[in-house]
Design a protein around this ligand. Structure first.
Ligand code: AMP
Length: 416
């Protein structure tokens, strides 16, 4: 079933969204991209004359109730975004009565699903090495099914629209789908858009294809880097991860972030790029700082000659030019991960150079996909969100999709 073909009139729809929005210390939302992302689906249910039961996780409460991660903090924001009053169910697994009482056009938001360990389905308080672990896991899988069944019992149909968690086989993202027949479960508009955007990158590639991978660690991005190597013409590696490469190549990196156990991996990536004819772009200069702070003293130094006591926190001007040269002529662009510690205003130049080059290429007809929380935060910080083709709401989910994996949240609805 597709959401466009479904008529929600008189139906209760339980919709899994990703409202895992960042909050400040006062519980105020600092970036509402994810709430806005879910609106087309939520509004379609209401416009058809349906009833909305919204469910999400927030943060990592690890199976325990924790006020810091309560979705009660976002009720007003969801209500304002939706233009409708939103009721709140303070216990997601005990919302039968509240759900049953809902009338057409009404909206109920369930409390954080991850206050229950059943949502993630991982046994808590037991080590993987413990001989009793396998039994605990089996028991947890059984109670995960019960939990999913309870959630399913609130509604007539299920919509999966949480791309951010679609790579997880959780109760609300996948298991719940077993309790609805094929005509009463579907992907939401956001999921459809995300899946199409990934297909643009994986299947309908216009060349040249430039991928920009940044962030702090190479270890968390290795799967996607290896997968992209078969597809891209240019691969820019930037951000903290590049100091592992600089060190592996014999450079001096001072106090820069580095994964010492990944030096060989870095060399392997360089070799692989050569063998596959991929133009690998690594920074040649960087902005080095004498402390990890916005107000640190800085100097521009070669990326392989960072003085002791200094650390590379951003790409240097020569590197920024090399990035732009690989991005501007591209016709397909993927960006995941910043080129520096962009959270500090004084170390945003590298990421800004990337964003500007992407905007230029996009204006010239490229398809550009930005994904991963940090790159999205970057593009929003620069006020350039409307100058790229598509901003993904997914971090890990996007990376796994681009690695070519079928996401459990998609498989649960569409099959493997
Ligand atoms: P990741 O979570 O691996 O995608 O990395 C994102 C984080 O990497 C951001 O919080 C950046 O501040 C951080 N980052 C980027 N460049 C550097 C750097 N040169 N040194 C330390 N952290 C960095």
């Amino acid at each position: 079933m597709t959401i466009d073909n479904f008529n929600f009139a008189g139906k209760k729809a339980i919709v899994r969204v990703d409202f895992n929005v960042p909050l400040d210390e006062n519980g105020k939302i600092t970036d509402d991209t994810r709430i806005r992302g879910a609106l087309p689906t939520l509004k379609k249910v209401l416009a058809d004359g349906g009833t909305l039961i919204i469910m999400s996780h927030m943060g990592k409460p690890k199976g325990k109730v924790n006020a810091k991660f309560s979705l009660s903090q976002i009720v007003d924001a969801v209500s304002a975004a939706l233009g409708a009053p939103v009721q709140f169910a303070p216990d997601c697994a005990k919302a039968q009565e509240a759900a049953a009482a809902l009338k057409a056009g009404e909206v109920l938001l369930l409390e954080n699903l991850r206050f229950y360990p059943e949502e993630e389905g991982k046994p808590v308080g037991i080590d993987k090495a413990d001989p009793a672990y396998d039994d605990a896991k089996k028991a947890m899988k059984a109670s995960q099914k019960e939990f999913a069944k309870t959630l399913a019992s609130y509604a007539d149909c299920y919509v999966m629209d949480a791309f951010g968690t679609a790579h997880r086989k959780h109760a609300s993202t996948a298991v719940i789908a077993d309790y609805f027949d094929a005509d009463n479960k579907m992907l939401g508009y956001l999921m459809e858009k995300e899946v199409n955007a990934v297909n643009n990158i994986l299947k309908n590639i216009n060349r040249p294809f430039t991928a920009i991978m940044g962030g702090s660690k190479v270890s968390t991005k290795i799967g996607i880097i290896e997968n992209l190597m078969d597809k891209v013409d240019n691969l820019i590696l930037c951000g903290g991860m590049t100091y592992t490469f600089a060190k592996a190549l014999g450079g001096q990196i001072g106090q820069s972030i580095c994964e010492d156990d990944k030096l060989q991996l870095a060399l392997d990536i360089i070799e692989k790029a050569k063998a596959k004819g991929v133009n690998l772009v690594l920074g040649t200069d960087c902005v080095a700082a004498d402390s990890f702070s916005n107000d640190a003293n800085t100097q521009i130094v070669p990326a392989n000659a960072i003085p002791e006591g200094w650390e590379g926190l951003d790409a240097g001007p020569e590197t920024q030019k090399a990035f732009a040269a690989a991005i501007e002529p591209a016709k397909t662009i993927l960006w995941n991960g910043p080129a520096g510690v962009f959270e500090f205003d004084n170390f945003t130049a590298g990421s800004r150079a990337i964003a500007e080059a992407i905007a230029k290429a996009t204006a010239n007809g490229a398809f550009s996909l930005i994904g991963g929380g940090d790159s999205v935060a970057c593009i929003n910080k620069f006020g350039m969100a409307d100058q790229v083709s598509y901003i993904s709401t997914g971090g890990g989910a996007l990376l796994e999709a681009i690695e070519g994996k079928v996401l459990p949240g998609v498989a649960a609805i569409c099959g493997e």
